[in-house]
Design a protein around this ligand. Sequence first.
Ligand SMILES: [Zn+2]
Length: 188
Amino acid sequence: MNCLKRLYSLDTDVAEEAPVLVLNQNYEPLNVCNIRRAIVMIFNGKAEVVELNGHKVNTSTSSYHCPSVIRLAHLVRRPRPRVRLSRREVFIRDKYTCQYCGKKTKDLTLDHVVPKSRGGRHTWDNLVSACRSCNHRKGGKSPDEARMRLLNKPSEPKVSPYYIFVQKLQHSPTDGWEKFLPVSVSHS
Ligand SMILES: [Zn+2]
């Protein structure tokens, strides 16, 4: 392995920077790694090549076809992907719609349904998008006290197993990846 690392440290091929899609043993997309890591996993018998990206990495003794998709030899259990709680993600969940008056706008505020001053928590089920005027009207009151009704009961958004790849694919080449990802994701 040290020998392999030394060989690869000599290589200057830009293809080495290309991302490699890592599939679980059941072909579900699991992660993204670099070519160096992918080749080490293949040499270790931890993964097999599924797709090549058409480039070669040349070392002092031989040359290797660069993988663009690899598959793990063993099934890895993984937790359900979750959306990180942020203002932006709350707005996306609420489709940029004020959850009190239904106005669609980009000029939104984050409203704590149960106000923080009453012990309301900073959680998916206590945060909603509110337009400025609704937020002002609600102030530090609960929806009941302010006589304002929520359009939807807030909760943590469910995500597909492909969620983590959306952002990575936006600035990565995807040689051979599209077979393993939904079309809408691979072209987003
Ligand atoms: Zn509103």
